[in-house]
Design a protein around this ligand. Structure first.
Ligand SMILES: [Zn+2]
Length: 255
Protein backbone atom coordinates (compact mmCIF):
# COMPACT_ATOMS: atom_id res chain seq x y z
CA UNK A 1 0.00 0.00 0.00
CA UNK A 2 1.53 3.29 -1.11
CA UNK A 3 1.44 6.50 0.89
CA UNK A 4 -0.95 8.95 -0.74
CA UNK A 5 -0.92 12.72 -0.79
CA UNK A 6 -3.51 14.79 1.07
CA UNK A 7 -5.14 16.60 -1.88
CA UNK A 8 -5.23 20.39 -2.01
CA UNK A 9 -8.85 21.55 -2.22
CA UNK A 10 -7.71 24.77 -3.92
CA UNK A 11 -4.57 26.77 -4.67
CA UNK A 12 -2.41 26.62 -1.51
CA UNK A 13 -1.33 30.24 -2.02
CA UNK A 14 -4.52 32.12 -2.92
CA UNK A 15 -7.39 29.65 -2.49
CA UNK A 16 -8.34 29.91 -6.18
CA UNK A 17 -9.40 27.02 -8.36
CA UNK A 18 -6.57 24.90 -9.77
CA UNK A 19 -6.61 22.59 -12.77
CA UNK A 20 -4.31 19.69 -13.74
CA UNK A 21 -1.34 20.80 -15.83
CA UNK A 22 1.21 17.97 -16.03
CA UNK A 23 1.62 14.43 -14.78
CA UNK A 24 5.08 12.88 -14.67
CA UNK A 25 6.39 9.41 -13.88
CA UNK A 26 9.30 9.58 -11.45
CA UNK A 27 9.98 5.84 -11.20
CA UNK A 28 13.34 6.31 -12.96
CA UNK A 29 14.56 8.86 -10.40
CA UNK A 30 17.61 7.97 -8.29
CA UNK A 31 15.61 8.53 -5.11
CA UNK A 32 12.49 6.69 -6.31
CA UNK A 33 10.78 4.83 -3.47
CA UNK A 34 8.11 2.22 -4.21
CA UNK A 35 6.27 3.17 -1.01
CA UNK A 36 5.35 6.49 -2.66
CA UNK A 37 3.06 7.06 -5.68
CA UNK A 38 4.68 6.42 -9.09
CA UNK A 39 3.50 9.70 -10.57
CA UNK A 40 3.59 13.35 -9.54
CA UNK A 41 0.63 15.46 -10.65
CA UNK A 42 1.11 19.19 -11.04
CA UNK A 43 -1.78 21.64 -10.98
CA UNK A 44 -1.97 25.32 -11.95
CA UNK A 45 -4.10 27.95 -10.25
CA UNK A 46 -6.54 29.67 -12.60
CA UNK A 47 -6.46 32.81 -10.41
CA UNK A 48 -2.78 33.44 -9.56
CA UNK A 49 -1.05 31.06 -12.03
CA UNK A 50 0.84 29.30 -9.22
CA UNK A 51 1.96 25.76 -10.03
CA UNK A 52 1.73 23.19 -7.24
CA UNK A 53 1.40 19.46 -6.70
CA UNK A 54 -2.02 17.86 -6.40
CA UNK A 55 -1.44 17.41 -2.68
CA UNK A 56 1.15 17.00 0.05
CA UNK A 57 2.56 14.14 2.08
CA UNK A 58 2.11 13.53 5.78
CA UNK A 59 4.77 12.49 8.28
CA UNK A 60 4.85 8.77 7.44
CA UNK A 61 5.56 9.44 3.77
CA UNK A 62 8.03 12.22 4.61
CA UNK A 63 9.91 9.75 6.81
CA UNK A 64 10.44 7.54 3.72
CA UNK A 65 11.73 10.53 1.80
CA UNK A 66 14.10 11.68 4.54
CA UNK A 67 15.63 8.20 4.87
CA UNK A 68 17.39 9.10 1.66
CA UNK A 69 18.82 12.42 2.81
CA UNK A 70 21.24 13.36 0.13
CA UNK A 71 24.85 13.74 1.15
CA UNK A 72 25.05 17.49 0.68
CA UNK A 73 22.31 17.97 3.28
CA UNK A 74 24.49 16.40 5.98
CA UNK A 75 26.38 18.71 8.34
CA UNK A 76 30.08 18.76 7.55
CA UNK A 77 29.82 17.31 4.04
CA UNK A 78 32.29 18.88 1.58
CA UNK A 79 32.85 21.59 4.15
CA UNK A 80 35.26 23.91 2.34
CA UNK A 81 33.26 24.05 -0.91
CA UNK A 82 30.02 24.57 1.03
CA UNK A 83 31.72 27.37 3.02
CA UNK A 84 32.69 29.07 -0.25
CA UNK A 85 29.11 28.81 -1.54
CA UNK A 86 27.72 30.14 1.74
CA UNK A 87 30.08 33.12 1.63
CA UNK A 88 28.71 34.08 -1.80
CA UNK A 89 25.24 34.39 -0.29
CA UNK A 90 26.41 36.15 2.88
CA UNK A 91 28.23 38.76 0.82
CA UNK A 92 24.95 39.65 -0.90
CA UNK A 93 23.47 40.35 2.56
CA UNK A 94 26.39 42.40 3.92
CA UNK A 95 25.45 45.73 2.24
CA UNK A 96 22.13 45.57 4.14
CA UNK A 97 23.08 43.83 7.40
CA UNK A 98 26.58 42.99 8.61
CA UNK A 99 25.87 41.78 12.15
CA UNK A 100 23.12 40.48 14.41
CA UNK A 101 21.09 37.32 14.85
CA UNK A 102 20.79 35.14 11.74
CA UNK A 103 18.05 32.48 11.70
CA UNK A 104 18.44 29.83 9.01
CA UNK A 105 15.29 27.79 8.47
CA UNK A 106 16.00 24.25 7.26
CA UNK A 107 19.76 24.62 7.69
CA UNK A 108 20.60 21.32 5.99
CA UNK A 109 24.36 20.95 5.93
CA UNK A 110 24.78 23.91 8.30
CA UNK A 111 27.33 25.65 6.06
CA UNK A 112 25.42 28.93 5.93
CA UNK A 113 25.28 29.26 9.72
CA UNK A 114 28.86 28.12 10.29
CA UNK A 115 30.07 30.63 7.73
CA UNK A 116 27.77 33.41 9.00
CA UNK A 117 29.40 32.93 12.41
CA UNK A 118 32.81 33.49 10.81
CA UNK A 119 31.50 36.78 9.41
CA UNK A 120 30.40 37.91 12.88
CA UNK A 121 26.69 37.03 12.89
CA UNK A 122 25.05 35.21 15.80
CA UNK A 123 23.70 32.05 14.15
CA UNK A 124 20.50 30.18 15.08
CA UNK A 125 19.20 27.22 13.11
CA UNK A 126 16.14 25.00 12.83
CA UNK A 127 15.83 21.79 10.84
CA UNK A 128 13.68 18.69 10.90
CA UNK A 129 16.53 16.19 10.64
CA UNK A 130 17.55 15.25 14.20
CA UNK A 131 21.07 14.07 13.31
CA UNK A 132 21.83 17.44 11.67
CA UNK A 133 20.54 19.31 14.73
CA UNK A 134 22.77 17.30 17.02
CA UNK A 135 25.83 17.71 14.83
CA UNK A 136 25.41 21.48 14.55
CA UNK A 137 25.00 21.78 18.31
CA UNK A 138 28.26 19.86 18.70
CA UNK A 139 29.84 22.60 16.58
CA UNK A 140 28.59 25.24 19.03
CA UNK A 141 25.60 26.60 17.12
CA UNK A 142 22.14 27.09 18.64
CA UNK A 143 20.13 24.52 16.69
CA UNK A 144 16.67 23.11 17.29
CA UNK A 145 14.43 20.55 15.69
CA UNK A 146 11.29 22.54 15.02
CA UNK A 147 9.31 24.28 12.31
CA UNK A 148 9.26 28.03 11.70
CA UNK A 149 5.84 28.32 13.36
CA UNK A 150 7.37 27.24 16.68
CA UNK A 151 10.13 29.87 16.68
CA UNK A 152 9.87 33.12 18.63
CA UNK A 153 12.24 36.04 19.16
CA UNK A 154 13.63 38.70 16.85
CA UNK A 155 16.17 38.17 14.06
CA UNK A 156 18.20 40.54 11.90
CA UNK A 157 18.53 38.09 9.02
CA UNK A 158 16.20 35.18 8.26
CA UNK A 159 17.08 32.79 5.45
CA UNK A 160 14.61 30.43 3.79
CA UNK A 161 16.99 28.70 1.41
CA UNK A 162 15.28 26.06 -0.70
CA UNK A 163 12.57 25.74 1.93
CA UNK A 164 9.34 27.35 0.68
CA UNK A 165 8.90 24.85 -2.16
CA UNK A 166 8.86 22.04 0.41
CA UNK A 167 6.18 23.57 2.63
CA UNK A 168 2.58 22.47 1.95
CA UNK A 169 1.35 25.96 2.94
CA UNK A 170 4.05 28.68 2.60
CA UNK A 171 1.76 31.64 3.41
CA UNK A 172 1.43 31.08 7.19
CA UNK A 173 5.20 30.44 7.36
CA UNK A 174 5.93 33.75 5.63
CA UNK A 175 3.48 35.62 7.87
CA UNK A 176 5.22 34.17 10.92
CA UNK A 177 8.62 35.05 9.43
CA UNK A 178 7.39 38.63 9.09
CA UNK A 179 6.61 38.67 12.82
CA UNK A 180 10.11 37.36 13.66
CA UNK A 181 12.18 39.75 11.56
CA UNK A 182 13.59 43.05 12.86
CA UNK A 183 12.11 46.17 11.27
CA UNK A 184 15.41 46.79 9.45
CA UNK A 185 16.12 43.08 8.95
CA UNK A 186 16.77 41.16 5.74
CA UNK A 187 14.93 38.12 4.45
CA UNK A 188 16.75 35.74 2.11
CA UNK A 189 14.62 33.40 -0.02
CA UNK A 190 15.93 30.96 -2.59
CA UNK A 191 14.09 28.40 -4.68
CA UNK A 192 13.87 27.28 -8.31
CA UNK A 193 12.57 29.91 -10.75
CA UNK A 194 10.22 28.56 -13.43
CA UNK A 195 10.80 31.74 -15.45
CA UNK A 196 14.56 31.19 -15.73
CA UNK A 197 16.10 30.53 -19.13
CA UNK A 198 17.52 27.19 -18.05
CA UNK A 199 14.13 26.05 -16.78
CA UNK A 200 12.35 26.99 -19.97
CA UNK A 201 14.96 25.43 -22.24
CA UNK A 202 14.76 22.05 -20.52
CA UNK A 203 10.97 21.83 -20.57
CA UNK A 204 9.52 19.43 -19.68
CA UNK A 205 11.54 16.25 -20.15
CA UNK A 206 14.97 17.29 -18.88
CA UNK A 207 13.72 19.62 -16.17
CA UNK A 208 14.49 17.91 -12.83
CA UNK A 209 11.93 19.83 -10.82
CA UNK A 210 8.85 18.11 -12.21
CA UNK A 211 10.23 14.87 -10.73
CA UNK A 212 11.30 16.26 -7.36
CA UNK A 213 9.27 14.25 -4.85
CA UNK A 214 10.11 16.61 -1.96
CA UNK A 215 8.64 19.71 -3.60
CA UNK A 216 5.02 20.92 -3.42
CA UNK A 217 5.56 24.09 -5.48
CA UNK A 218 7.21 25.39 -8.62
CA UNK A 219 7.47 29.15 -8.09
CA UNK A 220 7.98 31.71 -10.79
CA UNK A 221 9.86 34.89 -9.93
CA UNK A 222 6.67 36.83 -10.65
CA UNK A 223 4.55 34.78 -8.25
CA UNK A 224 7.18 34.72 -5.53
CA UNK A 225 7.57 38.52 -5.64
CA UNK A 226 3.80 38.89 -5.37
CA UNK A 227 3.69 36.42 -2.49
CA UNK A 228 6.41 38.25 -0.59
CA UNK A 229 4.48 41.50 -0.97
CA UNK A 230 1.25 39.82 0.18
CA UNK A 231 3.11 38.71 3.32
CA UNK A 232 4.63 42.09 4.23
CA UNK A 233 7.99 42.07 2.45
CA UNK A 234 9.41 44.15 -0.40
CA UNK A 235 12.03 42.46 -2.61
CA UNK A 236 15.21 44.58 -2.81
CA UNK A 237 17.66 42.43 -4.75
CA UNK A 238 17.37 39.65 -7.32
CA UNK A 239 20.15 37.18 -7.96
CA UNK A 240 20.69 33.64 -9.09
CA UNK A 241 21.60 30.90 -6.66
CA UNK A 242 24.97 29.24 -7.07
CA UNK A 243 23.83 26.22 -5.08
CA UNK A 244 21.10 24.68 -7.21
CA UNK A 245 20.12 24.46 -10.84
CA UNK A 246 17.78 27.14 -12.17
CA UNK A 247 17.37 28.74 -8.73
CA UNK A 248 16.83 32.37 -7.77
CA UNK A 249 18.06 34.06 -4.60
CA UNK A 250 16.06 37.07 -3.44
CA UNK A 251 16.66 39.56 -0.64
CA UNK A 252 13.64 41.33 0.82
CA UNK A 253 12.92 43.86 3.55
CA UNK A 254 9.90 43.95 5.87
CA UNK A 255 7.51 46.81 5.13
ZN1 LIG B 1 -3.60 30.76 -6.65
Amino acid sequence: MKHQRIPYESCPLCGGRSEPRLQVDWTGHSRYDARLPDTIEWHQCMTCDHVHTSGYFQDDALACIFEKTIAEQKVGEDVEYQRWLAAKLIEKVLPYRSAGRWLDVGFGNGALLLTAREYGFEPVGIDIRPDNVERLRDLGIAANRRGIGDVDGCFDVISLCDVLEHMPYPVPALHHTRRLIASDGVLVVSCPNSESASWQQTEPEANPYWREIEHCHNFSKTRLYALLRECGFEPIRYGISERYYSCMEILARPV
